[in-house]
Design a protein around this ligand. Structure first.
Ligand code: HEM
Length: 230
């Protein structure tokens, strides 16, 4: 941080950072375990459940999390996106503090396509050995369509969007000379004094822990739904 007018401001709270890197690890794990197949499918299911739990957590954290993790801070009107693209941000608009209008689009696209991937996995039937826990709640034709999506377009859309995401972050680093990775690791960005920060204290983190436990409860409930009582 060479500019003396800038000071470290907490943008990504710890729960958001943990969410991010766990999601990245879980997605890599689910792709690798699916490619290995066979006995590794047990791990594919586990990684899938982790992704489900992370999505449930992020949904609630988007409502009550730190300022820049809240959906309200990165749902932008189309006009704001256009002004941002033309470089006409208004003073005090803070379009580059959390997710920029363009970054926000990619975040929502990623979360949505990952959610569809989890949803189709939950009802999937590979007609060999693997049955998603919610398969028994849908018609066979629906399950087979979901499985086909999960194994073809869905898989490639997730991989494609992640590749685009990482390419964009690296383009910021090497072309625009803006390091977005550091803040996603340590939480702070060098910003002008007075830029509002995300709350990231003990109370906030305890709240995140409670929400994470509730998300784990939702996952356990989904898994149990797949085990019919005999
Ligand atoms: C499977 C891999 C990955 C997935 C699924 C993923 C997903 C996401 C998501 C959902 C967000 C939004 C965070 C939130 O608000 O909750 C995000 C942001 C971010 N990710 Fe990733 N990510 C992945 C890999 C990576 C890698 C490898 C890097 C670094 C090289 C990275 C760097 C970032 C950064 C810097 C942001 C913040 C962007 C901004 O400032 O708007 N991600 N990522």
């Amino acid at each position: 941080m060479n500019d003396p007018a800038l000071q470290p401001v907490r943008v990504w709270d710890l729960p958001t950072r943990l969410f991010h890197w766990l999601l990245a690890a879980a997605l890599v794990g689910s792709v690798v375990s699916a490619k290995i197949g066979g006995a590794a499918m047990t791990w594919h299911f586990r990684f899938g459940y982790l992704v489900l739990g992370l999505l449930v957590f992020r949904l609630s954290w988007g409502l009550v999390g730190g300022r820049w993790s809240r959906f309200a801070s990165f749902v932008y009107a189309p006009g704001t996106l256009l002004r941002y693209l033309r470089g006409q941000a208004r003073p005090g608009e803070h379009l580059d503090v959390g997710h920029s209008p363009l970054g926000a689009l990619s975040v929502f696209a990623l979360l949505a396509i990952v959610a569809v991937q989890v949803g189709t996995g939950l009802v999937a039937d590979d007609e060999i050995a693997n049955l998603g826990p919610l398969n028994r709640f849908v018609a066979t034709a629906t399950a087979l369509e979901a499985t086909a999506w999960h194994k073809s377009y869905g898989q490639w859309l997730v991989i494609g969007l992640v590749a685009l995401h990482v390419a964009a972050v690296l383009a910021y680093l090497f072309v625009k000379r803006r390091n977005l990775i550091g803040p996603m690791l340590v939480g702070d960005k060098p910003l002008p004094a007075g830029t509002p920060a995300s709350a990231d204290g003990l109370a906030q983190r305890l709240l995140a822990l409670v929400l994470a436990l509730l998300a784990a409860g939702v996952v356990a409930w989904v898994i149990r739904l797949g085990q019919p009582a005999f």
